[in-house]
Design a protein around this ligand. Sequence first.
Ligand SMILES: C[S@@+](CC[C@H](N)C(=O)[O-])C[C@H]1O[C@@H](n2cnc3c(N)ncnc32)[C@H](O)[C@@H]1O
Ligand code: SF4
Length: 465
Amino acid sequence: MKLRVETNKPNMQNELEEVIRAFAPYAVFDPLGEVISAEISEFSSSARTSIRSSLAPEISREYELSDDLTDLMRKRLVKRYLKRDLYDYLCLLTGKTLSYGSLTGIRPTKLYYELESEGVSPEERLSDFFRVSPGKVRLLSDIVRTQRGVIGAETEKVDWFVNIPFCPTRCAYCSFLSEVIRPKKSNLPAYTDALIRDILAVPSGRPRRAIYVGGGTPTSLPPDLLDRILAAIDAHGEEFTVEAGRPETLSEEKVAVLAARGVTRVSVNPQSFKQETLDLIGRRHTVEDIFHAYDLVRRGGAFDVNMDFITMLPGETFEDFRRSIEIAIDLSPENVTVHSLSVKRGSVFAESGYDNHSDTLAERMSDFARSALEGAGYRPYYIYRQKNTSGRQENVGYAKEGKVCRYNVDIMEETHDIYASGAGAISKRLFGNGRIERLAEVKEIKGYLERIDELIRKKIVFFKD
Ligand SMILES: C[S@@+](CC[C@H](N)C(=O)[O-])C[C@H]1O[C@@H](n2cnc3c(N)ncnc32)[C@H](O)[C@@H]1O
Ligand code: SF4
């Protein structure tokens, strides 16, 4: 359907379109489309919203704006009214409600903390004002509860991210800019050399809280290169994650490297335990390989293990998904992360037009994962939402008691500076008034190698006091 949003708040255009997309994932915004008008008129102590189109009767509501509000609070409130009233209008128009109501952002728990700081009850506000379903309100408050003691702790320390953007093959759902390794073409030693220079250039004055080596699939490097990179990181007991997402990339030798270099947490990602699904999504490994990799990691060191899963993979029924989660629970990794499939631009799925929008099945899978994992002693500890996900569900990380991954909490709640190295890595610096600055490195490997000196200089300036 072609639509056009007209608003007198031009800086909200994207957010308003996002609310509509949550109802109609394939809506196209086109200057010649059907007009939905979402406007708010502000007066000194009140505001009036008006949502109109030729498709349903107008919603027009009046709100008082108390004199006690700071400018920032007033601005936020006006935005929230407009979005929420558009949401209500679309509910009337479509006869549907959404489990996250009018929320569109990536980080719903940040809103939870924001509401808390405004002195209101986040649970009540999320439910009554933002129209979040009771189940999702409970999920958010459970996550906030699990985060207590971890969130915002040790802010004098920094987190470290190191990107190794190589993979054995490309998975059909993935849009990450990682390169498929081709033995003759991929210049892995050159990337390793540049990355090590990048890592060593990081200002060393501040203690580290958590280190995360991700990608891509870091363990797709040969053991000697992996060892050189981990040695340059030079960990001393910090939380230290390495993604070994693709099970077929692990070997006894690589696990020994991880153990020797102080890695404390390893991801071995099944995505699904159904062989047909693995074949369909281009993982090119067997279910047996996942068990074998898990066994190698368990025997090779005292690592915490994380396993990633995705709901709504093609051809999967509820029973298939249930089976995967139950197998994971039997294996008993310390962390399990359940993603909702997002059809991303640039992925094979997007190009082939794969439709992942069965709302009820997506929600059933997410809800099942939650209850099964909670029943097995896991607690949800971080959440983020992506665009274009099945049933507008979420991604949630679950942890056993005492096994929360600090890095994941810090990056999602944006509480710590991050020193990032590697192609496409993004460093982050926080300033006292909530301002965040980011510095992105060149994404393409070729450009990264060519411009490494300049990138290092920029990073040194970026982190200078
Ligand atoms: C940054 S990726 C890298 C992990 C690792 N390379 C692997 O594939 O196992 C982290 C996780 O995000 C999830 N993911 C990636 N693309 C996704 C998509 N389009 N929709 C949902 N989840 C996705 C997968 O579960 C994946 O394991
Ligand atoms: S999902 Fe992981 S292994 Fe697959 S292409 Fe993306 S980053 Fe690589």
